[in-house]
Design a protein around this ligand. Structure first.
Ligand SMILES: [Zn+2]
Length: 242
């Protein structure tokens, strides 16, 4: 599904584009280069591959998969998609370690399976991942994305910033959603204290396009959603989640 001239949504369970467990999977492309933001759950990865084939200009190639975090709905498909494109996977050091060899506890699966998010027989497909530190940039031709590591929803949750033709776009994974809802979970690695300490990194970015891992996305004026969350995190009460 095309979002604008350089961005497509190629996976989403909520929008019925791919497996019901998939997060939003975004495809960014400029000239001959393309990257995926997140990879879905890894069940029916062929549906995401079909959407990429339909949306990506034939002259462009997927050069990398950039993960926002290691939870299965975002990273479970990284093994299959990186094999399909022969491309590397990038993640923050804390999340990359879990993608490579995390236990079910570290993946949050010990809670997510019995909560019905994944079937009881779902297994995470580990894969290689290269570390990208906070503030570092991954670059392919005109496509340069900067990692902003915001421990919050998970230990090393990463928002990817793309300063492109549409202004500054943010791919926030599950750190924050539209209307300022945060992605606090009751599982390993998710912490309200970490939200309070780290969310300020997203406060002054001047975001235009706001593309979270679930629910609606916003083509412009995205910063207002981040600022709402920042305000709520300064108040006494637990902010609204999901
Ligand atoms: Zn998610």
């Amino acid at each position: 599904m095309r979002v604008n001239e350089y961005l497509c949504l190629v996976g989403s369970g909520q929008f019925g584009l791919s497996n019901r467990m998939d997060c939003h999977v975004y495809l960014l492309h400029r000239g001959p280069d393309a990257v995926l933001i997140d990879a879905g759950v890894g069940v029916e990865p062929e549906r995401i591959l079909e959407n990429i084939a339909a949306d990506l200009p034939p002259t462009a190639t997927v050069r990398a998969i950039l993960l926002t975090h290691s939870h299965s709905d975002h990273a479970g498909g990284a093994q299959a998609l990186s094999k399909a494109f022969g491309c590397p996977v990038y993640a923050s050091p804390a999340e990359g370690a879990i993608v490579r060899a995390g236990t079910d506890h570290e993946l949050g699966l010990d809670r997510a399976r019995p909560s019905g998010v994944y079937p009881m027989d779902y297994e995470f497909a580990h894969c290689e991942a290269q570390d990208v530190g906070d503030g570092e940039t991954v670059e392919f031709g005109e496509l340069a994305l900067r990692a902003v590591v915001v421990p919050s929803h998970s230990l090393g949750s990463t928002a990817w910033v793309y300063d492109g033709p549409g202004g500054i776009d943010l791919f926030s994974g599950d750190i924050v959603f539209a209307k300022g809802a945060i992605g606090l979970l009751n599982c390993y690695g998710s912490s309200l204290e970490a939200y309070r300490e780290n969310f300020g990194k997203l406060a002054t970015l001047g975001i235009n396009g706001f593309y979270p891992g679930h629910f609606v996305f916003c083509l412009e004026n995205g910063q207002q959603h981040l600022d709402l969350a920042a305000e709520e995190l300064k108040a006494l009460y637990v902010p609204k989640c999901f």
